[in-house]
Write a protein of this length. Structure first.
Lengths: 114, 113
């Protein structure tokens, strides 16, 4: 079973603080995607990483894919109330039985207080 | 380019009924994946269709089925609804490569009474 362990499950911080969300697995993934989801809506893609050791930046968000492609992290600098939401990591694998299937972490509910 | 659309957005059914949900992928995308999202289980993979063929299936009972049409639009059907089927049903489209990025629709909120 390809599990993705995401931590922490809940994060409540003040505006301006930094935070990191982790996504870990014992399995190798060919790609790792991060999404943000608002209540009652579908997940919105933030980034896709596919190369071990890859680092991508999206404004105040920094994403990293582990060298062995088993883990990833999302770092937010100077969090703002608009960053509040559910953050999800999802891993994809190559291979016939993995087509179209993303394995999701449990999610991190982030609340940023003004 | 228009995103993934799902209809209806909300649905209320009673136990024992059946329901059909629809998903229109991003133009040019040939793969549609379906997921069930619940507070307790998170997002779980139901199945994936590519060029009208089911390529992959998750661990859900046979009451959950789907199909894809020649224009890549997809439907999923749930028969003999149970209370536990209440969930947000999400579809995602991609180009169909094993590691291609999936783009999600807004979901259909199904409530079974």
């Amino acid at each position: 079973t390809q599990l993705l362990e995401q931590s922490p499950q809940f994060l409540s911080i003040q505006e301006g603080e930094n935070l990191t969300v982790y996504c870990n697995s014992s399995s190798v993934f060919s790609s790792l995607q991060w999404y943000r989801q608002e209540p009652g809506e579908g997940p919105v893609l933030l980034v896709t990483v596919v190369t071990g050791g890859e680092v991508k930046k999206l404004k105040r968000l920094t994403f990293q894919f582990g060298d062995a492609r088993k883990d990833s992290s999302l770092h937010i600098t100077a969090a703002q109330p608009g960053d509040t939401g559910l953050y999800l990591c999802a891993g994809g694998r190559a291979g016939g039985t993995s087509y179209g299937k993303l394995t999701f972490g449990q999610g991190t509910i982030l609340t940023v207080h003004p | 380019k228009a995103g993934v659309t799902q209809t209806p957005r909300y649905l209320i059914k009673t136990r024992g009924q059946q329901v059909t949900l629809s998903c229109s992928p991003i133009s040019g995308h040939r793969s549609v994946s379906w997921y069930q999202q619940t507070p307790g289980q998170g997002l779980q993979f139901l199945f994936e269709y590519f060029s009208e063929t089911q390529r992959n299936k998750g661990n859900f009972p046979g009451r959950f089925s789907g199909r894809q049409f020649s224009n890549s639009r997809s439907e999923m059907n749930v028969s003999t609804l149970e209370l536990g089927d209440s969930a947000l049903y999400l579809c995602a489209s991609s180009s169909g490569g094993a590691t291609d990025t999936q783009y999600f629709g807004p979901g259909t909120r199904l409530t079974v009474l």
